[in-house]
Design a protein around this ligand. Structure first.
Ligand code: NAD
Length: 421
């Protein structure tokens, strides 16, 4: 499937065009948003453990900063491309604007498979990439975070490298150049599970509005990394049960339920869900056809094309991944009466808590877990309600409603500030 995937940037542009029409975004602003402000590509050599040097290609795309510093993750994956990063950067702009967080949108990555490298090679690749980015990132300018293939440790190496190449006097003020750090190095309580937690807030709001009992409900999750595993563990606490999941290596199912905690331990040991003793192997086609109440895509973009949309048998799709649904597949879901909570709302818990981490670093504070979780819950529920109301008033999809709320905020800032000179 991945070889025939459409261009994600084209999907992002189609989405922008559709929503811009609904909310009446001025053409000039839509055209600004149709391209990123900056697209940076760096090629840098790194010494491998065997003493040889290898050249890597890294990207940082800064989509828009009218509402605040560029903000967005760093992806390490063999399929990374400029157009993919451009799409992801634009979705970050809309995600932050939707939540009224004072950040813009950016995204970056390196085209390589982190699984093929040792920890010491990963450290040198990360440090060399951060050095190559130089002053193109900064705590008030462009703030990276984890994404596919990266984690808290990678963020700490980025932070440490940045801190050591800029001025010494304000070294600690630069801690917030990245978010999603480990707790010991300035991260926030609740950041690691925040995206999964935000997904579950959306699901519980959706269920509450429909008097749908999550206790006894079933769900499936594509991708069992940070987002997929945390969403599974938190959703399981409501009494819902995970019956199918999968990752880069393959798919597994168990109609009686899969314990996401035990599966998480297994994946941490082996690197994949495949071979987990508490489930049987199934094909990708069988995975998409598994009847469940809720489906959470939490892997890569454009995994739900026309065949997958036709196969899906569920009541709700909650986009944990960014851009998992092709535009041609979305009407099929709608025709089948499947509700869809769009990525910029569903997976926004991560950037919300990244913002809290950035604020804590800026103020030299440490908030306890309860405070972070309380603030996240309040913000997710408020934004969910706003999207719901907008969709009902304008009779549009939740994706268009979420995008329109974001575009209204961005449009207002542009119309007040004007375009320089
Ligand atoms: P991750 O690297 O922790 O996990 C990715 C998972 O997807 C892994 O289980 C991997 O094996 C699986 N995967 C990779 N290629 C696949 C394929 N071709 N088919 C099936 N599964 C495949 O990454 P993550 O941080 O969990 O991110 C997952 C998605 O969520 C991405 O779309 C990311 O942009 C989005 N997201 C992440 C965050 C965050 O805070 N980490 C926030 C918002 C959105």
């Amino acid at each position: 499937m991945s070889d025939q995937k459409p261009n994600p940037y084209k999907i992002a542009q189609d989405q922008l065009e559709g929503a811009a029409k609904i909310c009446g975004l001025p053409v000039a602003i839509a055209s600004i948003l149709s391209q990123p402000k900056n697209e940076l590509i760096v090629n840098f050599p790194v010494r491998m453990d065997n003493g040889e040097y290898k050249l890597f290609k890294g990207y940082r795309v800064q989509h828009n900063n009218i509402l605040g510093p560029y903000k967005g993750g760093i992806r390490y994956h063999e399929m990374v491309s400029l157009d993919e990063i451009k799409a992801l950067a634009s979705w970050m702009t809309y995600k932050c604007a939707l939540h009224d967080i004072p950040f813009g949108g950016g995204k970056g990555g390196i085209k390589f498979s982190p699984r093929d490298h040792s920890q010491s090679e990963l450290e040198r690749i990360t440090r060399r990439f951060t050095h190559a980015l130089g002053a193109n990132i900064g705590p008030e300018y462009d703030i990276p975070a984890p994404d596919v293939g990266t984690n808290g440790q990678i963020m700490v190496w980025m932070m440490d490298t940045y801190m050591n190449v800029v001025g010494f006097a304000d070294k600690n003020a630069n801690r917030r150049v990245v978010t999603g750090k480990t707790l010991a190095s300035g991260g926030s309580h609740g950041r690691e599970s925040a995206t999964g937690q935000g997904i579950v807030h959306c699901i519980t709001e959706w269920a509450r509005d429909r008097h749908f009992d999550l206790n006894g409900a079933t769900f499936s999750v594509q991708g069992f990394g940070n987002v997929g595993s945390n969403a599974s563990k938190i959703l399981a606490r409501t009494g819902a049960s995970l019956v199918a999941t999968g990752d880069w290596k393959g798919y597994i199912a168990n109609g009686d339920g899969i314990n996401p905690y035990k599966l998480g331990e297994y994946v941490a040991r082996t690197g994949s869900v495949m071979g987990y003793p508490g489930a049987r192997a199934i094909t990708r086609q069988e995975f998409f056809a598994t009847a469940v109440d809720i489906f959470i895509p939490a892997a890569l973009e454009l995994e739900i094309g026309i065949p997958e949309a036709k196969a899906l048998s569920c009541k709700l799709v909650v986009e944990g991944a960014n851009g998992p649904t092709d535009s041609v597949a979305e009407p099929i879901l709608a025709e089948k009466g499947i509700a869809l909570i769009p990525d910029i709302l569903a997976n926004s818990g991560g950037v919300v808590v990244s913002y809290y981490e950035w604020l804590q670093n800026k103020r030299s504070e440490r908030w306890d877990l309860e405070e972070v979780e309380e603030r996240l819950a309040k913000r997710m529920k408020r934004t969910y309600l706003a999207v719901n109301e907008y969709a009902a008033t304008k009779k549009c999809s939740w994706r268009n409603a979420a995008l329109c709320i974001a575009l209204d905020r961005i449009g207002k800032a542009y119309s007040e500030r004007g375009i320089f000179p």
